[in-house]
Design a protein around this ligand. Structure first.
Ligand code: PLP
Length: 492
């Protein structure tokens, strides 16, 4: 691969002698020694010049600063395809005022009703273009283990793209019925969906085993096939998420809640640390962000880390009503440690400890640096459900459990001087049962009955794509054992 090309280059969190262009980093996904690709610099922006751009133009402009080997014309067209027209119902980074100083930025008006659409509507276009730029004619096989939202968003993003096949594996009985149907009814010629017997870990372990199977890797190389994943360790998934921080901030300025240059806080419901890390990039580029508040659910490994400087994944795993945050190893934290320490050798040591002992401890100086930007908090199941009820009664706002975790943490952390934007990551109707129960109602076995009951109770319309799922044809209902994932991958 070319080294030291002009424009933005990327190095690895575990090796700062590596150099990759943006398209190479996106094609490769993860660095050969296991590190994640990070940009060498944080490009500075002129806020006034960006302020009046629409979402597509803003996305193209910000991405062009990082993806310097992609043409501006391509990025403009890709942003238009991903975010323009009716894709997000005209509601990109839709900001709703709840109370003075407290806002919800709804990121779930895309095709799958979760914020992952922002990354996964664009990422496939970036990957296809990366293949073209690098004259890579291999066939791409994408394997995704999912607990729900990622799988559907990836299927929608990659469907019918030439040269790409995608297979998604979800735990049998491990997703909500709505999430299962979203995947089971997926359209497209290059999509494959399987229920794996066992829990999410069994599905994920099965997929990881395929990725690390040396004999299979040789087989793929011989067949001109490249295996890749669709999770948020890929730079191409992270970069598009920077955009909505700018878009949300500019809306505050436009409504007069802030003067351009005054600071805002962002509070983010966090799992793999990808979404909140995009906010960190926005801040380093010059967006006036005072604090980034990292909200965890009952699986509070991150808030413990914030308080102690010790990351300890040796703990029970809880299944909660905010399943997309049920994560014990937040992969993207590695990127933050690298940027704030400037020391990939140290990061490499910490990640080695994480693999071996499921635990690492950072130096006090690094902990202080992180604390200068980040605040950490958690909300357990009860706090989450109380928040759903409170924000409905007080502000007449319907929040899903992930958003409610962040709202609860934001309320606890607010100082009142600086407006706070809470990232709302999923439609409440993806989790109708949990929301109904939080509002003191009974919820049943049937997600569609729950959806109808929640609509009736609140008068808030459910997204049509969820309501219509009931009528769609089931295309995939095959159950497999985790050991069969390899033969699925072989057939792609
Ligand atoms: C994935 C997801 C999150 C967590 O985002 P990370 O980037 O993994 O921190 C939060 N809420 C919802 C609804 C999600 O799907």
């Amino acid at each position: 691969m070319r080294k030291g090309k002009r424009g933005m280059n990327y190095y690895s969190t575990r090796d700062n002698t590596l150099r990759r262009t943006a398209s190479e980093a996106i094609l490769q996904g993860i660095s050969e020694e296991g590190g994640l690709f990070v940009p060498q610099e944080f490009p500075a922006v002129d806020l006034a010049a960006l302020m009046d751009l629409d979402y597509c133009a803003l996305a193209a402009k910000l991405l062009s600063l990082y993806l310097t080997d992609y043409s501006e014309a391509f990025l403009q067209k890709a942003a238009q395809t991903a975010y323009g027209g009716a894709r997000f119902s005209g509601k990109t980074a839709h900001l709703v005022k709840l109370e003075d100083g407290l806002y919800s930025m709804e990121l779930w008006h895309g095709p799958t009703c979760a914020f992952k659409d922002y990354a996964l509507q664009l990422m496939p276009l970036l990957l296809t273009e990366a293949k073209r730029i690098n004259r890579d004619e291999t066939k791409t096989a994408i394997l995704v283990a999912t607990s729900g939202d990622t799988g559907k968003a990836a299927l929608e993003g990659y469907r019918d793209l030439p040269g790409i096949e995608i297979a998604v594996f979800y735990p049998d009985h491990g997703t909500s019925e709505m999430q299962r149907l979203q995947m089971a009814t997926q359209e497209g010629k290059n999509v494959h969906v399987f229920a794996v017997k066992g829990n999410f870990d069994d599905a994920q372990t099965g997929v990881k085993r395929v990725f690390t199977d040396a004999a299979f890797a040789e087989e793929c190389a011989a067949a001109g096939k490249r295996l890749t994943s669709a999770n948020s360790i890929n730079w191409g998934r992270l970069a598009p998420q920077i955009v909505y921080y700018f878009a949300g901030y500019f809306q505050l300025v436009r409504t007069g809640a802030l003067a351009l240059g005054q600071e805002a806080d962002f509070c983010v419901p966090t799992g793999n640390f990808g979404d909140i890390l995009a906010g960190y990039y926005a801040k380093r580029m010059g967006l006036p962000v005072r604090r980034l508040i990292c909200a965890s659910n009952k699986n509070n490994v991150l808030s413990d880390f914030g308080a102690s400087g010790v990351y300890d994944a040796n703990r029970p795993f809880y299944k909660t009503t905010s399943p997309s945050m049920d994560i014990l190893v937040s992969s993207n934290l590695e990127r933050l440690l690298c940027h704030e320490s400037g020391d990939p050798a140290m990061v490499s040591g910490l990640m080695g400890a994480l693999t071996k002992e499921k635990r690492y401890s950072i130096p006090a100086s690094l902990q202080e640096r992180i604390a200068a930007t980040f605040d950490f908090g958690c909300a357990g199941e009860e706090a989450c459900s109380e928040e759903i009820a409170r924000v409905w009664q007080q502000d007449h706002y319907l929040a899903d459990p992930h958003t409610a975790v962040a709202l609860s943490v934001a309320r606890a952390k607010r100082c009142g001087q600086v407006p706070c934007i809470v990232l709302s990551t999923a439609s409440p109707y993806k989790f109708s049962g949990a929301v109904l129960r939080a509002l003191g109602q009974n919820a049943g076995e049937d997600d569609f009955a729950d959806l109808a009951a929640l609509e009736q109770l609140t008068g808030v319309p459910a997204p049509a794509v969820l309501r219509q799922l009931r009528e769609k044809e089931i295309r995939f209902d095959e159950q497999i054992e985790p050991e069969q994932i390899l033969s699925v991958a072989r057939a792609l």
